[in-house]
Design a protein around this ligand. Structure first.
Ligand code: PGA
Length: 244
């Protein structure tokens, strides 16, 4: 794992967006998994802008959504579906056949997980994951205590996620469970980039990079990835020891 520090949120988002573009140029059939949330918003926007400007051929990529709030419909502005629809799919005119998102309204969520795992396995794995980090160290909805060996699963969200998660919704929304790719997917992904910005993320970034790898702080698994990058702005890097 390598830590890369950028001047600010914009520079970090530019770099993350360029990673996606460069990958697709080298591998037009790339399998790309992105997170939704506040951190990746600018990465997604810049990716869409660059792809349109550079006329990047995205017709062969496979898109994988990292996670979704169980029970939240896709037209709810706080859903991951809504985010990707507006930030990525519509601007880039991706076709439905390229898009793989969990249906969090399904009556058979186990089947949703199996289908997602099968898509990823059939495509011979994910080429690039770009993920954020939660205030409890989660990646996707891999909450503290999750197994590092898990593939897609449904999980009870912990109190931090339930509280912080309200920030995505216009009105108070009942949240309880999440459906998410697992940390085994992350470990098997050919490249993983964790992005974070701002002073409020400095504490969790310090733990991600410096704490012993431990499933009570899921993002610490990044340390084990041989092609893993923690890309952060100066504020999020503020508590790191200098020798990282
Ligand atoms: P954020 O979410 O990018 O909105 O801070 C991160 C996360 O909870 O994974």
């Amino acid at each position: 794992m390598e830590v890369k520090i950028y001047q600010d949120y914009h520079a970090l988002s530019e770099a993350a967006a360029s990673e996606i573009i460069d990958l697709v140029k080298n591998k037009p059939g790339a399998v790309i998994c992105l997170a939704s949330g506040h951190t990746p918003r600018l990465t997604c926007k810049l990716f869409a802008e660059k792809a349109l400007q550079q006329k990047t051929d995205l017709s062969r990529i496979t898109f994988i959504g990292l996670d979704e709030w169980v029970g939240v419909p896709p037209d709810n502005e706080g859903s991951c579906h809504y985010f990707f629809q507006h930030e990525v799919f519509q601007p880039l005119h991706l076709s439905a056949s390229q898009i793989n998102l969990f249906n969090a309204l399904s009556i058979n969520l186990e089947q949703e997980c199996q289908e997602m795992d099968k898509v990823i396995a059939d495509k011979e794995g994910i080429d690039l994951m770009i993920v954020g980090i939660g205030m409890n160290g989660h990646i996707g909805f891999n909450e503290p205590g999750v197994s590092f060996d898990s593939y897609s699963h449904v999980i009870k969200l912990d109190d931090t996620t339930l509280t912080v998660g309200q920030k995505y919704f216009k009105t108070a929304t009942s949240l309880g469970k999440g459906i998410t790719l697992g940390l085994k997917h992350l470990q098997e992904s050919k490249k993983v980039i964790l992005i974070a910005n701002g002073t409020k993320k400095a504490g969790v970034i310090k733990k991600t990079v410096e704490e012993k790898v431990n499933n009570s702080f899921p993002a610490s698994i990044m340390q084990k990835h041989s092609n893993g990058f923690v890309m952060i702005d100066q504020e999020a890097a503020g508590l790191l020891n200098r020798n990282n």
